[in-house]
Design a protein around this ligand. Structure first.
Ligand code: ADP
Ligand code: ZN
Length: 293
């Protein structure tokens, strides 16, 4: 039977697992992300006797995803100590000679949701994570969008809420979407942990205002058939009906589709794979690599 290896390589922890082509994740191990050598050795140790046919790797970024590039599969310049320029795919390849599907963690999650989750059976979707940062992966006509490098939809500009005096937290753009609406921005603005803010707190009005604008922009530019909102901040499920209403209000009848007009249509939803979106996404990357070999 086909066995697929999956690596969810995050900046703070690595999750490694063995799964099957139907998206089921079996034996799993989790360990902290330390130096690249130590972390990748531990990853190789896990897979050594598992007999996997392919491995999918959803990695924290930035990463080089261009197969024609000399540094394909490397971690790009990152403030994370020791990881800049590290050849993660090369390290894996030297020890386990199977096809390796490599992509960003958020692209992996998008492919996972498209293959096994909330967007299963559709040809396009957008997966957005609102957590420590904001990032999105897009599947269009069945394929992940890469383009020049990969999209960075969390760094778009949105109109400021008239009552928001917080300067913004993005080191590159200050008050881009991530700078205003990622978890650390919410916490810096209000001085409390995001999960401690009550549902009626002003914070969620701002959050709705910013996320709905972003979703409107994504709907207008790529017209995804499903929008999935994941990441820690999206665990605030009360945001969903509010964001759906605000998106409809902002679009103001311009997009005449029941997905937008009927706010109960299930168009903007939490991940179908729940907390397994990351690791199942890595599995989907592995499946794709196996099919493409
Ligand atoms: P990461 O983005 O690092 O992979 P998460 O998606 O869990 O991890 O995002 C972490 C951020 O999400 C933190 O800023 C945290 O405060 C926030 N967060 C986590 N859980 C919740 C919650 N239940 N409600 C609101 N914010 C949350
Ligand atoms: Zn930014």
């Amino acid at each position: 039977m086909t066995r697929i290896g999956a690596i969810e390589g995050g900046g703070t922890k690595f999750v490694v697992a063995v799964g099957t082509p139907d998206g089921q994740v079996g034996e799993t191990e989790t360990f902290p992300t330390t130096t690249p050598e130590e972390t990748m050795d531990r990853t190789v140790q896990f897979f050594k006797d598992k007999g996997v046919d392919a491995i999918g790797f959803g990695s924290f970024g930035p990463v080089d995803l261009n197969p024609a590039s000399a540094t394909y599969g490397h971690i790009a310049k990152t403030p994370k100590p020791h990881w800049s320029g590290y050849d993660v795919v090369g390290h894996l390849k030297r020890h386990i000679n199977v096809p390796i599907g490599f992509d960003t963690d958020v692209n992996g999650a998008a492919l996972g949701e498209a293959t096994y989750g909330a967007a299963k059976g559709l040809s396009s979707c957008l997966y957005i994570t609102v957590g420590t940062g904001i990032g999105a992966g897009a599947v269009v006509e069945g394929k992940l969008v890469h383009g020049l490098t990969h999209p960075e939809m969390g760094h778009i500009f949105v109109k400021r809420h008239p009552e928001d005096t917080y300067a913004g937290k993005c080191p590159y753009h200050q008050d881009c979407l991530e700078g205003l609406a990622a978890g650390p921005a919410i916490e810096a603005r209000w001085g409390v942990k995001a999960y401690e803010l009550g549902e009626d707190h002003k914070a969620w009005e701002f959050q709705t205002y910013y996320l709905a604008q972003a979703l409107m922009n994504y709907i207008l530019t790529m017209s995804p058939e499903k929008i999935i909102l994941g990441g820690g901040v999206s665990k605030q499920l009360h945001l969903f009906p509010r964001i759906r209403e605000e998106v409809k209000r902002l679009l103001n009848g311009y997009v005449q589709h029941p997905a937008v007009l009927d706010t109960d249509s299930g168009y903007i939803v939490p991940p179908g794979l729940e907390d397994r979106a990351g690791i199942t996404g890595a599995l989907a990357l592995g499946m794709q690599a196996l099919k493409q070999q």
